[in-house]
Every structure is written in structure tokens, then in C-alpha cells.
Design a protein around this ligand. Structure first.
Ligand SMILES: O=C(O)CCC(=O)C(=O)O
Length: 280
């Protein structure tokens, strides 16, 4: 195909994507902001359409309690948690290959398990100026395991979501991180509700209509290890296997900063926008 025809084809495809997005998501690139549960549920849940519910968690004691480090320390006294450490806040992400800087590898965090909560919290707080960025996380329903002492501070389930999805949540997870932590681009194979309790989480969403832009590629698997048990991390290749990674080459995602309870952070400032686009 000659160059001119390629350009025409590209422009037509771009227009088609735009149309599909508008049909599926309504006005793009905004995310619907609702005052209560999505109604009718099917408009959102079965269409995989994202939304933000304002003030949905205002009644959670977590909103005021979890902003107090002293409360967290007291409630979690004697508890041990998992801490994920990376040099740059990016786990399960693409990084420079440790032996060949011209290529990439899939890097996993160094995981410290059984860390006293007080120490884990200190590692997170110190991350803003440390050689290691700490992120407390343990997927697998960790609010009812590692963090069960805090579980009573938030609703155990959300009625309309249980109704819409036909079952209570399979897992409720808690993540504790600071400004350098990033959650790398990924695809979830289940429905998600996300509540920001303190600080701000900045989301980049790729709508289902853009699934064709996702490519699975293979990269050598590597993980960070602590050097001599200190907070200096070295990236080393894992010996036996590669890992797959969902990669996309064409970014036009929907951006949304989330704040506690009201869910909407309004417009991004220039610096945030740039950082977000650089690290989708
Ligand atoms: O906030 C995080 O770090 C993880 C969130 C996540 O994986 C998700 O919402 O699917």
C-alpha cells in the first residue's frame, strides 16, 4: 500500500475509533460523575463503562482515621505486613535490561514479608527521599488478612455492586503508598471498585473499545533484590522463565485524578499531566 493510501486509512480508522468511543462512553474523554449508584446498572456494568460516585464513602470511619499515622500504628500494633520495594516506584513494569540497556525486561519488586507495620509505614513515609520506594500491598483480599485490624473502618461490601455483579466482593485489597508509587498499566479480568481514602490516585483508563491496541509481548523476567540486606536494590534476571506483558503502542487514554470520598480531582495540572502521559 502506498504512503498516501496508508495515511487515508489511518485517518479513517482514527475517526472510527472516536465514533465507537462516543457511542460506548457518551461524551469523551470524560468519565460520568454520579451522585448515587449507577442507574440503570446495566448502562454501566454490562457496558464496562467507568464512573465516579461522589461522596459514596463519606460515612466510612477510615476517611478520618487513616489519615492519622498514630491511629494506624495503634490499630496495627503487633501486626506484620508485606512491603514491595522498587527503586522508582514501578513494580511489574518494563525497565532497562540489567545487562543490555538497549533492551527491556519485566521487573518485579523486591518483596519483604512479615514486616512489623510500624516499620512498613516508616518505609513508605521515607520513600519520598529514599533509594527504595516502598508500597504496602498484598492483593488476595489483604484487608481481611494482613489488615484485618482496619477492616471495620470501611464497609465490607457495597450493596448495589453486590446486586449488579450477583455476588459479594471476591477480594478487598488495601494499598498504602506515597507520591512516587505508580501502578503500572495492566488489564483486570474482573470488575473493580476503587476508593481513595487519603491522598490522590491518578488513573489513566483505556476504554474497552480500544482493546485492539493492546499487545501481549514477552520480556525477560527480572526482579529487584536487596544488596546485603540494605535498601539498595539491584535488578537481576530470573533464571528459568520469561513473563508476558500487556503492552500498547498508541496512547489516548482517559485521565482521571481521584480524591478521597468525592472521587473527582478536576483538571490535572501541567506537571501531573506530563508525568501521567510519560508513565501510563
Ligand atoms: O492501586 C494499586 O496499586 C493497584 C490497583 C489495581 O491493581 C487495580 O485497581 O486493578
Amino acid at each position: 500500500m502506498d504512503r498516501q493510501r496508508q495515511e487515508i486509512m489511518r485517518a479513517k480508522l482514527a475517526a472510527l475509533w472516536e465514533e465507537v468511543r462516543e457511542l460506548r462512553l457518551g461524551t469523551t474523554p470524560s468519565v460520568d460523575r454520579l451522585d448515587g449508584p449507577p442507574m440503570p446498572l446495566t448502562d454501566y456494568v454490562s457496558a464496562n463503562k467507568p464512573f465516579v460516585i461522589s461522596n459514596a464513602t463519606l460515612h466510612w470511619p477510615a476517611l478520618s482515621l487513616w489519615t492519622q499515622d498514630e491511629y494506624l500504628r495503634r490499630a496495627m500494633e503487633g501486626r506484620h505486613v508485606s512491603v514491595h520495594l522498587t527503586p522508582d516506584g514501578r513494580a511489574d513494569a518494563l525497565s532497562r535490561h540489567p545487562h543490555d540497556p538497549s533492551s527491556l525486561c519485566f521487573s518485579s519488586a523486591h518483596v519483604r514479608r512479615g514486616v512489623p507495620f510500624e516499620e512498613a509505614l516508616r518505609l513508605v513515609i521515607d520513600s519520598s527521599s529514599s533509594s527504595a520506594v516502598a508500597y504496602c500491598q498484598e492483593q488476595n483480599d489483604c484487608l481481611s488478612s494482613e489488615y484485618s485490624a482496619l477492616a471495620g473502618d470501611a464497609d465490607a461490601e457495597i450493596g448495589w455492586a453486590t446486586e449488579a455483579l450477583g455476588r459479594p466482593p471476591e477480594a478487598v485489597n488495601l494499598w498504602i503508598g506515597g507520591g512516587r508509587s505508580e501502578t503500572w498499566f495492566h488489564k483486570d479480568h474482573y470488575e473493580n471498585l476503587y476508593a481513595v481514602v487519603s491522598g490522590k490516585k491518578h488513573f489513566l483508563l483505556l476504554p474497552p473499545t480500544d482493546a485492539h491496541r493492546l499487545y501481549i509481548r514477552w520480556y525477560p523476567a527480572a526482579s529487584y533484590n536487596e544488596v546485603n540486606g540494605r535498601l539498595k536494590l539491584a535488578l537481576e534476571l530470573e533464571r528459568h522463565f520469561d513473563m508476558k506483558y500487556a503492552y500498547f503502542n498508541f496512547l489516548q487514554s482517559i485521565e482521571y485524578p481521584l480524591l478521597p470520598a468525592d472521587g473527582g480531582g478536576g483538571e490535572l495540572d501541567d506537571e501531573e499531566q506530563e508525568a501521567a502521559m510519560a508513565h501510563p
